[in-house]
Design a protein around this ligand. Structure first.
Ligand SMILES: Cc1cc2nc3c(=O)[nH]c(=O)nc-3n(C[C@H](O)[C@H](O)[C@H](O)COP(=O)(O)OP(=O)(O)OC[C@H]3O[C@@H](n4cnc5c(N)ncnc54)[C@H](O)[C@@H]3O)c2cc1C
Ligand code: SF4
Length: 516
């Protein structure tokens, strides 16, 4: 995916590092504004036909080693970030609730966590723009937001969703079809072509073969290229050239076995919640606040599973087809913030891994459960995680193939995460009992890589300002999971895409003001 290449000698307006939810929308926006933009992506380029509905064969994940510590170590590998043109949107689940207004003001409202330095209405305007551009399916009436409209009707529910609907109804909990970043009817995607309607195959996490699912390589990136941007794949960024004032003048990267550099005026670092801080820590840059790597957050993602008499066959159907937001402020849970519940559809290898990792199941017990795969179903949460400075990414003594020190991430639940975990276990167990499940059990789990370069009002406490601009290096901007000051209960990708467009607009406005 490329236009005619820019030359390395040319000083381009912007280099974007990473082409996921954080990097792609702003690449498109900057190119549309007429800027010369080069996006450098460590992973390779895919077309939808490359994706294989096979858990073991899919190669769209960031699989380089990351060390994990703390009392509640979070799992890395195929379940945590992507590698390829499109980043984690190649394999994400496309479950896309909007950020809740109360979550952006958590500190003001509860005294805990952190406020976002961005008004909710500002963010939602960009969320709506992303939803329109990418195509989102959802219910005609969203119970927790009367004003909301989705362009496409929901896809049919899978068996886990039907069970969750039954259980919720019996308990008086409102549940509805989940907002999903997929098209339920054929759609002509500008500058890419026809995305076919979702066929409910259930292999979203292995990549969508018919492009029904929103992914950056079939949406924002083709738009960017059509407006003059260049995307260089398998281009791994290793360092920056700096001038005597500490501004970045070029980006050094590894491609085709050699070191290359692209001269530029501005850099947008969008390498994700682990790789962005790791690069900065390895280079000793943008960290006068001491906050790079700190406040790592992973959503509380506890799951509850059970066995049903009926066949569930959860490998079939869009995996996350039902949602309830009734627990966004759960009474008597004793926590700040709250959580969403979603129905699940998990393929066998993923399930086996989760059972071993999160429920300590091995040997005969694990084998016996896996034999019951066709009768099993689960539900899970995405719950608030508060920032704590001691939950952090540091550099280990081990180095990778490029000589950079590997990331070590220490993560422990604090009381708020434990309260959400406790409350959600009770609620989900009750839902599953009401739905008719037997042999119910819970899995410990956290998800997503958030925080580590947080945005804030001043450079003593934050790495970037509310626009995503580094306090230390004036021509460095960061936009990805890493800049979230708090986790928000909503799954992150929609918010990241919205922030990405906003960051581009703030950059363009600043450039215009300077030129005037
Ligand atoms: C299994 C799974 C399911 C998920 N499901 C959902 C969901 O249903 N809903 C939701 O909202 N979120 C979901 N997420 C989370 C969501 O996908 C991510 O939060 C989001 O896509 C992250 O966007 P990002 O831009 O921060 O990073 P990424 O999308 O990970 O992009 C970073 C990119 O930078 C590249 N890169 C890194 N380092 C370098 C370097 N040095 N040089 C060049 N390139 C580099 C990487 O290869 C990658 O392509 C899911 C995540 C996983 C793992
Ligand atoms: S379930 Fe739908 S969105 Fe997911 S991979 Fe299959 S066709 Fe694509």
């Amino acid at each position: 995916m490329s236009r005619a290449p820019y030359s390395h000698q040319e000083v381009v307006d912007a280099v974007v590092i990473g082409t996921g939810a954080g990097g792609a929308p702003l690449t498109a926006r900057l190119a549309k504004a007429g800027l010369s933009v080069v996006a450098l992506e460590a992973g390779r380029s895919f077309v939808p036909d490359d994706h294989v509905a096979d858990e073991l064969a899919a190669d769209i994940y960031w699989m380089e080693e990351r060390l994990s510590g703390g009392a509640d170590p979070t799992a890395f590998g195929s379940n945590n970030s992507g590698m390829g043109v499109g980043g984690s949107t190649l394999h994400w689940g496309a479950f896309c609730p909007r950020p809740d207004a109360r979550d952006l003001r958590l500190k003001s409202l509860t005294g805990q966590g952190a406020d976002w330095p961005i008004p909710h209405a500002d963010l939602i305007a960009y969320v709506e723009e992303v939803e329109v551009f990418t195509g989102v399916s959802g219910p005609a009436d969203y119970p927790w937001d009367a004003s909301r409209r989705y362009a496409y009707p929901p896809v049919p529910r899978n068996a886990s969703a039907d069970a969750m609907a039954r259980g919720c109804e019996a308990m008086g909990i409102t549940a509805t079809d989940a907002p999903a970043a997929l098209v339920s009817r054929d759609r002509d995607q500008p500058y890419w072509g026809q995305r076919q309607a979702c066929v409910n195959c259930g292999t979203c996490h292995q990549g969508c073969r018919n492009a029904a699912k929103t992914s950056m390589d079939t949406s924002y990136l083709p738009f960017a290229v059509a407006h003059g941007a260049e995307v260089r794949s398998q281009a791994r960024v290793l360092s920056f050239d700096l001038d005597h004032e500490g501004r970045i003048t070029g980006v050094v990267y590894h491609q085709d076995g050699e070191e290359r550099r692209q001269r530029c005026r501005t850099v947008f670092l969008c390498a994700g919640g682990v790789e962005s801080p790791r690069l900065l820590l390895n280079l000793g840059l943008a960290n006068s606040s001491g906050q790079v790597g700190r406040n790592f957050m992973a959503h509380v993602a506890t799951q509850v599973w059970g066995r049903f008499d009926d066949e569930m066959r959860m490998n079939r159907g869009y995996p996350s087809s039902l949602i309830t937001e009734d627990m966004m402020r759960p009474a008597e849970a004793g926590c700040a913030g709250g959580y969403l519940i979603q129905s699940l559809g998990v393929l066998p290898v993923n399930l086996a891994t989760q059972l071993a990792r999160g429920a300590g199941m091995w040997g005969a017990r694990l084998q016996s459960l896996l034999h019951q795969y066709n009768h099993m179903a689960g539900i899970g949460i995405n719950g608030e995680c508060l920032p704590h400075p001691d939950n952090r990414l540091t550099l280990s003594d081990e180095t990778d193939a490029f000589g950079h020190r590997k990331a070590r991430i220490d993560f422990s639940y604090h009381e708020n995460e434990r309260a959400i975990d406790r409350h959600s276990r009770q609620v989900m167990t009750a839902i599953w009992e009401a739905a008719g499940a037997q042999d119910i059990f819970a899995i410990d789990r956290s998800a997503h890589t958030i925080g580590t370069c947080r945005m804030g009002e001043n450079g003593d406490e934050a790495v970037v300002d509310a626009d995503g601009r580094s306090f230390d290096i004036t021509n460095l901007w960061i936009c990805d999971n890493s800049i979230f000051p708090s986790a928000l209960a909503a799954n992150p990708a929609l918010t990241i895409m919205a922030l990405s467009l906003r960051t581009a607009d703030r950059f363009l406005a600043l450039s215009k003001a300077r030129a005037a």
